[in-house]
Ligand binder design. Structure first.
Ligand SMILES: O=c1[nH]c(=O)c2[nH]c(=O)[nH]c2[nH]1
Length: 299
């Protein structure tokens, strides 16, 4: 019986770093969770415990800190690309690097309507994500977000579904649609001057507009149209993947009470939930390669 070593990668996961830009009295904050993974000829470390090719994960953590100092890590995609280039270009024998970043949002506290220079409040909205894979013959950036909680209180139907002897669900022409959306979109070999923050805001806005305006007959349909909206808005995006738990809101039965309940009071159930996944791919797009080969599973 022959047992072979399979695919390997190693690195430092979840380096929490906060960068303050304080060149003026008006500070800027970038709050990150950074993971790096190196890919290359590291078999000896696994097979024999030979560390001669192994750049310690502790060093990778330090590099994440130093690169956050060298350059303001905003946009996170440019920071991730620079860090990946460092590992591959400066550290033989590293052959490819994967950088995964979560960015937590902060906005300025407002006092008497004026944004404060150095006091911030965490935004409860989505976590922005980026995954950079530098190989180096090809570069993939997967930009995205997770935990974007959205809800529409009407404009959603679910009816005419397949029914068998176990089906109890009632059809509806007016329900709440809500989800906590994860979206990731791939740009392969991005242009050097790509406006990452602009693309992020634009994709999010395009998807939210479609979510709001599409008369929905299923979460599946809504996701497909949201994904299409992103690809329509940005030709540089090769494909997009969406994951959406259907956050069910069940109408509370008021038949025992002396009150009507005309789609006004719901029970927000947390589990089980439908879990709907979708993707949209541009025809003729460059191949995905290892763009989706994840390290931490966080982004
Ligand atoms: O949008 C929906 N898609 C489904 O597949 C489904 N299944 C279900 O029970 N409710 C819903 N809603």
């Amino acid at each position: 019986m022959s047992i072979q070593l399979g695919p390997i990668q190693y690195g430092k996961a979840e380096t929490r770093l906060v960068r303050i830009v304080r060149d003026t009295a008006r500070h800027e904050i970038t709050d990150l969770n950074v993971s790096s993974a190196l890919r290359g000829p590291f078999e000896a470390a696994y097979l024999d415990g030979d560390q001669s090719n192994v750049l310690p994960t502790d060093t990778q953590k330090n590099s994440a800190y130093v690169w956050a100092k060298k350059l303001n890590p905003d946009p996170i995609e440019a920071y991730g690309l620079a860090l990946a280039h460092h590992f591959v270009d400066d550290v033989p024998p590293v052959e490819a690097a994967r950088i995964e970043i979560e960015r937590y949002g902060w906005t300025r506290v407002e006092i008497d309507g004026r944004p404060h220079d150095h006091t911030f409040v965490r935004t409860g909205q989505e976590v922005r994500t980026a995954a950079i894979t530098y190989e180096p013959a090809v570069t993939h950036v997967v930009q995205g977000f997770k935990d974007l909680v959205v809800l529409k209180s009407t404009g959603s139907h679910f009816k005419d579904f397949l029914v068998d002897e176990y089906t109890t669900l009632q059809p509806t022409d007016d329900r709440i649609m809500a989800t906590s959306l994860t979206a990731k979109w791939r740009i392969t070999d991005p242009a050097a001057d790509l406006d990452w923050n602009g693309m992020y805001a634009g994709v999010k806005a395009a998807m939210l507009e479609r979510f709001a305006e599409l008369e929905s007959y299923a979460l599946q349909q809504t996701l497909w149209h949201m994904g299409r909206a992103a690809l329509e808005a940005y030709p540089a995006i090769a494909e997009i993947r969406l994951v959406a738990p259907n956050k069910h809101h069940f109408l509370v039965d008021f038949s025992r009470f002396d009150e009507p309940n005309e789609n006004e009071v719901f029970h927000a159930d947390d589990r089980p939930y439908g879990l709907i996944q979708a993707s949209a791919v541009r025809e003729g797009a460059s191949p995905a390669g290892d763009a989706w080969y994840s390290y931490t599973g966080l982004v």
